[in-house]
Structures are given as structure tokens and as C-alpha cells.
Design a binder for this molecule. Structure first.
Ligand code: 5GP
Length: 179
């Protein structure tokens, strides 16, 4: 377990450990198990970044549930481009379903807002979001995220599914960029 890592031109230091992540995921899953006790939700992980979080979270869910994947890309390097480049998936009908979007991180909330609007226009019965991480900007904007793992300031993070130019997704811990 390394305390700092180098990915291309950037150095990152360990920020949230695997143990803390697992502990928090268990709490989030328990909350979802309680809130959706009489429902059969559809989990909608947003690829690529949420693949690891979604897998660990959904394993702890004891409800009858479905899983369907959507892919969105709105990031180049460490800066949000503010543009939705791709949105693929939705092969399964989400009409009249209780949908739980699974996000890795909500930064400006732009991506999430687009997905929520899209799902509502497809006639989903309810749409809630679980995100492992949420940044300050999204809190200011009040983009609704019902279940949040950890609150961040503005730092750029990698690991546990999150990448820097394609690297770092395989790391078990979450790392933050050093200035
Ligand atoms: P938003 O639309 O909320 O500004 O951006 C959401 C997406 O941007 C996330 O799903 C993620 O792919 C990417 N993103 C935002 N902040 C970070 C970060 O600190 N690290 C990484 N690796 N990706 C981020």
C-alpha cells in the first residue's frame, strides 16, 4: 500500500483507504436496503468510473434488483469540458421503474442533471442517486444526491475506478493530486 503514486506528469497522495471505502459502502447499502425494502430498484451505474464502486455496493444490497449500465464521458484530463460527449446504454426499459443512478463522483453536477432529466423523460417512476464522492461545487448547486459516500473540496482524485488520462482505475484506495 503506497502513500504516494505518480501517474504520467502528476503526483498523488493516499487520501481515502480501502478500509474506509468498504466501511462507508456497507453503510450506504444498508440505508438503501431499508429505504427500498418494498421495492425492486434498477441500479444504473455510470461507466467507466463507477464500475468498482457499483460492484462493491451492489454486492451488499439484499433486495431483488436489476443492474443496467450507461456510459457517459464529459472529462478530458483534469478539467471538465462541460460537454456531454457520449451517452450509450438504456437498452432495458426504465419505464415505471425505481431507478438508482450509481456515480463515482459528482463535480459540477452537469452530467448527473442530464442523466436525471433523461430518465424522467423515459417515464421512470422514481430517480435517486448514490455517489461515492461529491465535490463542493455540486453542494453549492444543490444537485440532489440522496446517498453520498464522502464529501470533497475541489481536489482532483484518482483510484478505485477513477482515472487520470486512463490510468489509476485499478488502485484500491483513492488518491488526491498534490499541487
Ligand atoms: P460533473 O459533470 O459533475 O462536473 O463531472 C462528473 C464526472 O467528471 C465524473 O463522473 C467523473 O468522470 C469526472 N470527474 C469529476 N471530478 C473528478 C475527479 O476529481 N477525478 C476524476 N478522475 N474524475 C472526475
Amino acid at each position: 500500500m503506497k502513500n504516494s503514486i505518480q501517474l504520467k506528469d502528476l503526483t498523488f497522495k493516499r487520501f481515502i483507504s480501502e478500509e474506509k471505502i468498504n466501511e462507508r459502502i456497507l453503510a450506504l447499502a444498508n440505508q438503501i436496503n431499508t429505504d427500498y425494502a418494498d421495492k425492486a430498484p434498477v441500479f444504473l451505474p455510470i461507466l467507466n468510473g463507477s464500475f468498482m464502486f457499483a460492484s462493491d455496493l451492489i454486492k451488499q444490497v439484499s433486495l431483488a434488483c436489476q443492474v443496467s449500465f450507461v456510459k457517459v464521458s464529459s472529462y478530458a484530463g483534469t478539467q471538465s469540458t462541460g460537454q456531454l460527449k457520449t451517452l450509450i446504454g438504456h437498452e432495458d426499459s426504465l419505464f415505471n421503474q425505481d431507478v438508482i443512478i450509481v456515480e463515482d463522483i459528482v463535480d459540477t453536477g452537469f452530467t448527473l442533471q442530464l442523466i436525471v432529466n433523461d430518465l424522467k423523460s423515459r417515464g421512470a417512476k422514481s430517480v435517486e442517486t448514490v455517489s461515492l464522492l461529491r465535490k463542493q461545487k455540486a453542494r453549492e448547486k444543490e444537485v440532489e444526491v440522496k446517498y453520498v459516500g464522502f464529501e470533497l473540496d475541489e481536489q482532483f482524485v484518482v483510484g478505485y475506478g477513477l482515472d487520470y488520462d486512463g490510468l489509476g482505475r485499478n488502485l484500491k484506495d483513492i488518491y488526491e493530486q498534490l499541487d
